[in-house]
Design a protein. Structure first.
Lengths: 158, 158, 158, 158, 158, 158
């Protein structure tokens, strides 16, 4: 069984993230979505809320699991026996950072492969930050968030 | 009448910004310089002072107006019936961020066009941050600031 | 009257080019599409055919004209009294080349402004070369070419 | 069974290519190495020779197959029922080109995923062109070619 | 005598930094490592400790000196009569920032040359931040830090 | 004595090249300009003519020598006992290619350092190709070529 891990902060999950998850779930036997806790940054939504929002969006996928973890990504991968680490990429700025992370991880654990999946062009501008900026100014979120969580995010920024 | 909006924080306006403004004013019937208020970041110069400094530098241009606004850039553009959003770009790092913003704005309001104008090569390193760093260490500001505001900026960092 | 020039080889025009043309025609009073003749490269479609194909696609736009020209872009711009040169950009590779050209043109003729317009995300992979590659292998061209010229391009590669 | 396709010209295969192949063979059930015939470019080694050289290097891998194909990559993928297309990437220039190709392929066949695998840092400068340049000037090839084919490549450039 | 300055925060020095220092010391008569004090950012290790750690790693190099300085880099260069400013670069993100800084410095002091030295590929992911992240999670530091300071850094994060 | 090599095709030398040469000559004891013969590409100016044109421009510099060489750059560097290889860089596209070359050279000869020097912003668009394009269309060359060779280049394209 091939397990892939998809790490991130998902604060909150966007339709871009969801697209990467659905595409990964078609390729790998199991996909573990790892919400990585960053103790030095206060998230907009707390860990449990972020997990709950992701789970709402993937209820139809039975080979995907959501977990909350702290520590280095490669240690989380080892814990779930994932040999593949999925990262969505959008553009060069993303890519440079991701290339650096992937090279660091390759050096630290050479049996875990980072695989990059390209974001759909129509999601190429999307990030949790963009979504929060839009929500803050009460813009229409229907093109950027999964429909399952739009109300929740809007409520947060009321 | 074609109106273009040129948004930014202008904290403070540099000769690079001023060059983009003068060049835009030759192409469009009206240019609205929008000082965007970012409530989550404390500026070095307050809103009114930044407006005043810009106005000092453009007193000879009669088709340019300076306004202080909060909210999404595209909403400000709509308020002034601007169909064009001007952004100066210098290099790739800029460009990636700008490309993402432009794509986001295209998705949110497809009747407003972002147009990029290339910074003059001699201003390719310039930003408000670089200027503030230089002012902090009492470097010569005559190559980076419009002459109208040099004294004011120097005083601030005394 | 503000005239913009949109130079290129258009061998053949793609839906990406057409999108830039339509968006430019909304902003400027007149748009001159300049097919630049490159004597050192044999085009797939000859000059007149390329002009004819573009004209088929823009028959509903009355402020757009197509011309065949050789020489430096800025000299063509001067001939048509265009103060603006439009370039569509897609990604960083594009951008670097375009930035270099724009800077060269700025040095040669500082009264002509290059303005970059961002390609729609769904056209971000599109170029005449990609289209010809697809046509060569008889792939479906309906997502990449204006419908007015699909048959013609397909015939060419039969 | 998950099949991945790894397309390229492999003219000749480098240790960088071989590393991507070995890493892919650990993740996917089957890997099809597709030598894509480009009728418009004369290769240094002919199709059969390139196939033979790759096979020499992968004789210990029993889930990898080498095929010679012409046409669009996605059509080759379909023929082998491969849902994954592997691409090695080294740096930004690579990435931009690859991103464009991946986006084109996504539009043409949305059930085939392009996955990028990062080259090991020590192979980040390697390409078939660099190897041929080095062979042309009789440089030491032991750090850039699999040992199985060094003699053959050296002989070619004698 | 040609003196080069190598500025940075070195919080802490990595094997990547050390490699740049050793390579610079072979090219220039004297290398001054300038720990630049940034009053607006709290370092992990204090100035004296950072100096001490660097000195431990370079005890065998007699043409290298470590100094603690505040102010603009070019002013520090002038103080030590250094005509060359060394910067290590790893990838595009680095490069863009470095290019901007180098251009700014060129404008402010045109007799001081910035020279970029490429990081060894195996150090291309390395930075003080990556090291601190690894130390925070108690990862093995032997591939990222000079052996002389590993214990000290580990102790800090216990 | 520190010798630096500055390799290129210089077909023809531009004011951008000349600026890099002059700046290098201030830093290193000797600078060897190596015109690299590429047997697979027909130059516009022959080897001897290119050498002659460079020599005309540097007659006031007594620590600079021009040589015509074929082979790998690092072999030429060894021949002249140059421990430094100078490369001018302008932008990201340049940089990626240069980074790849520098890494290849580092692997092949780790005692020769590639040092990058940033082009002056006003020369950031300049290349021999741009100059030839301009000369072909009889544009003014006074901002792009050293005055010593303008006539010669103009004559070539008459």
């Amino acid at each position: 069984m091939k397990t892939a891990i998809y790490p991130g902060s998902f604060d909150p999950i966007t339709i871009g993230h969801l697209d990467i998850i659905r595409r990964s779930a078609r390729i790998f036997d199991k996909v573990v979505i790892a919400i990585l806790v960053n103790t030095r940054k206060i998230p907009c939504f707390d860990n449990e809320k972020r997990k709950e929002m992701i789970e709402k969006c993937i209820s139809d996928l039975d080979n995907v699991e959501v977990v909350i973890k702290s520590g280095l990504t490669i240690d989380v991968a080892k814990e779930y026996d994932a040999k593949v680490l999925i990262r969505g990429i959008r553009a060069v700025a993303d890519y440079e950072y991701e290339l650096q992370q992937a090279t660091a991880n390759m050096t630290l654990a050479n049996d875990i492969e980072t695989l990059f999946m390209v974001a759909k062009p129509e999601y190429s501008f999307l990030s949790s930050s963009v979504v929060k900026e839009m929500a803050y100014y009460h813009a229409d979120l229907s093109k950027v968030l999964p429909k399952e969580i739009i109300d929740e995010v809007q409520d947060k920024f009321k």
